[in-house]
Design a protein around this ligand. Structure first.
Ligand code: PLP
Length: 426
């Protein structure tokens, strides 16, 4: 394999103030970007600049400052829309992916009737499961497509479960546990052939690869700013404009109306119809700066870098005895996420022996031991409990990579994993 990444990680790291910290007197090895990413100076500066020079409420004041703040907010919408190949009038600002999916479940969900079906997959994050479960109250059925043994989506099962009653197909673009990249273009075609709307959870794809809503056949795309170098509290719902126009508002209040009378109101035009109350202007401005930063690196290069890192990590971690790595083996089919367990976590022999001694290699233990070397990974069910049940594990450890990670981080992970058995004396 090639030894050099397409990205100049050394230079990129200099843009991230937090990476200068020492933790336990060691350089931080941050491998939890799937949960949230670190923020470059350009994003932090954009937020400070907004508050120091432009802060005012938007869409309301007719004074200069408010007009400038509104202009910044709307230019951010346009810039972010452009990043995913969408016009600004189909970009709704929300808090995060979770809110975007809840918005669709509530507002589009109002158009569903008893007997309608929603088809999703077993590899979804809770935020693409629970909002749809709410609809079961009115008799809408939630159906799950299964995975293959290698962690890819079982397309035969998927096709076998879609039918004329399927009104919504909602699928994650990239699994936050398995790393699997789903063929959303193909899934979108199948959904549309059946007359269903197609929703893509882009929380783990938009930050990591080029995504164009026109190419992936998405009617809706949801993603979070904080997972792509932007601040927390800002997310995006892209929606096809005619569908957004057919939907009821999600929340009522200021901003989302054109007229309010004592007993009735008229809604504002899309997208403001879905943005009740004072919006997160600082978040939009920060996310727009994040998009500029990613664009300057090139999303093809971001994807290429992660593929390079994940290949290296699969090779190194794969050489550790007793390690089970989940998801596809082929780096072409996965993003920069690696979930793993010590294979014998469920083995009766070790399990019984460890239980007697009151210990077992639980992913939380693994993460705690790794943290002693300032290697930060996530452990737990990763908000994907149905997938954990399907894999028949209580939890996994998960390392995830981004633009500021390099082979030295994978090596640090490998070395720290090597210490786990020693620390636990097994
Ligand atoms: C695939 C996927 N969908 C949805 C979410 C939820 O994102 P948020 O917590 O920003 O709403 C996550 C978060 O990890 C995710 O990985």
């Amino acid at each position: 394999m090639v030894n050099d990444s397409i990205l100049d990680v050394k230079r990129i790291r200099e843009d991230f103030p937090i990476l200068r910290r020492r933790i336990n007197n060691k350089r931080p090895v941050y491998l939890d970007s799937t949960a949230t990413t670190q923020k470059p100076r350009a994003v932090i500066d954009a937020i400070v600049n907004y508050y120091e020079n432009y802060n005012a409420n938007v869409h309301r004041g007719i004074y200069r400052l408010s007009e400038e703040a509104t202009d910044l907010y709307e230019k951010s919408r346009k810039n972010i829309g452009n990043f995913i190949g969408a016009r600004e009038d189909s970009i709704v600002f929300v808090r995060n992916t979770t809110e975007a999916l809840n918005l669709i479940a509530y507002s589009y969900g109002n158009l569903l009737r008893e007997g309608d079906e929603i088809l999703t997959t077993i590899m979804e994050h809770h935020s693409n499961i629970v909002p749809w479960q709410f609809l079961s109250r009115k008799g809408v059925k939630l159906v799950f497509a299964d995975i293959n043994p290698d962690g890819t989506l079982n397309m035969d099962d998927f096709i076998g479960k879609i039918n004329k009653r399927t009104r919504i197909v909602t699928v994650t673009h990239v699994s936050n546990v398995l790393g699997t990249i789903n063929d959303v273009e193909e899934i979108g075609k199948i959904a549309h052939d059946q007359g269903a709307v197609f929703i893509v959870d882009g929380a783990q794809s938009v930050p990591h690869m080029p995504v164009d809503v026109r190419r992936i056949n998405a009617d809706f795309l949801a993603f979070s700013g904080h997972k792509m170098l932007g601040p927390m509290g800002i997310g995006v719902l892209y929606g096809r404009k005619d569908i957004l126009e057919s939907m009821d508002p999600f929340m009522g209040g200021g901003e989302m109306i054109s007229e309010v009378h004592t007993y009735g109101s008229k809604w504002a035009e899309v997208p403001l119809k879905f943005e009740a109350g004072t919006p997160n202007v600082e978040g939009a401005v920060g996310l727009s700066a994040a998009v500029d930063y990613l664009r300057s690196l090139g999303m093809d290069n971001v994807r290429g870098h992660e593929k390079y890192l994940v290949s290296y990590a699969l090779e190194r971690l794969g050489s550790i005895e007793d390690i089970q790595i989940y998801g596809p083996k082929d780096p072409e089919k996965r993003g920069g996420v690696i979930s793993f367990n010590f294979r014998n976590i469920r083995s009766e022999r070790i399990h019984e022996q460890l239980r007697k001694e009151g210990i077992m290699i639980h992913p939380h233990d693994v993460a705690t031991i790794l943290d002693m070397d300032s290697v930060m990974v996530r452990s737990g069910h990763h908000c994907a409990q149905p997938l954990m049940e399907r894999l028949d594990v209580p939890a996994t450890s998960r390392a995830s990579f981004y633009i500021y990670n390099d082979r030295d981080d994978v090596d640090a992970l490998y070395d720290a994993i090597g210490k786990v058995r020693g620390v636990l004396r097994i």
